[in-house]
Design a protein around this ligand. Sequence first.
Ligand code: SF4
Ligand code: SF4
Length: 384
Amino acid sequence: MSVTSWLTSKVKNWQIKREMGYFYPESRPEKQIAYVFDINKCIACQTCTAACKTTWTSGKGQEVMFWNNVETKPYGGYPIKWDLNVLKKLDGQSWDEKEGIYNGKTVFEAAPQGERVLGWLPEEEDYSYPNIGEDECSDIIEKGSFFSGIHKAWMFYLARICNHCTYPACLAACPRKAIYKRKEDGIVLIDQSRCRGYRECVRACPYKKTFFNLVTRISEKCIGCYPLIERGEQPRCVQTCIGKIRLQGFLSKPDSPKNDNPIDFLVYVKKVALPLYPQFGLEPNVYYVPPVHVPKEFLHQMFGPGVDQAVETYKNAKNDKELLSAFLLFGSTDKIIRSFKTEGDYALGFDDKGEMIAKVPFKEPVHVRPYFDKKGETYRHNIP
Ligand code: SF4
Ligand code: SF4
């Protein structure tokens, strides 16, 4: 494939199963921060959003800045139409279905002459309605319409943070070299002292996860809660998730997956968690378990050709003890689980020193208390 001339480096992108052009040479971190989000379990309570907001973005100029947001698909989007706009620009997104190879161009390869990434810059107002489309499962309904036949309405909640991409578009686009990817854990950060507010990162990131602060006039983004990561704890959005849909850990390099690393296991081994819009070419590191009730065409565009298999694997999890173990460990501890195993009817999680930090039973014990409490001489209800 011919690529735009400024793409000086050929790098390997395992998600699209081919080499692609990028602005810098391939340089994978020792270990890559990564997340698995099980969309089937998200209830859009926005606890993650509030946890992130109150921790990191409660200052001036950050009023409508949400490093973590949860939008309702297909009608929601923050900023508005973040995905539709880039999908419309990126022509010819075609996959070799059998081999799982992406034949179209990535946002780097499709960049117009003189630009580093095929991007677009949202208007200020596009950020003002973070919950637009929430819980909407149908388009505008004409007066006089009525329902007949099979109900095809559907929706799901998509939780989004910065993907700490292996090939970040924000980093490639920054003319000041103010954005860098940490060697030790792959977290992507903005050096605020170098940033001059050109907004090239905001324009370039197809997921729109860098933000411009109108008061300080510099850019900001999710920092992966690195102070927590550095002491072996999962980020705030993961720790506080009510639905226990999130697991954060580290992804190994694609050629050396470890079976006992829960993130590797879900992503590389079972292939039940997939990247969001892999065709963009950034190798994003938030992996989603696709929602099983959504039309395949929609999921295919969003998560690539592996989606059918992922849905089948997920539906069969109840018969796969190891897979069930990995899922049971979601939300089981604040610490980062580096390895896991199944022992009897328990899923066990371990930290980097091999110490057990989580133990979850396959079946929760149920305790039914007597209706009449003799000691307290009172009646009570057993409320689960
Ligand atoms: S806290 Fe968890 S369940 Fe609630 S909206 Fe966020 S991701 Fe979804
Ligand atoms: S999601 Fe966007 S902001 Fe985050 S690393 Fe990737 S390109 Fe940069």
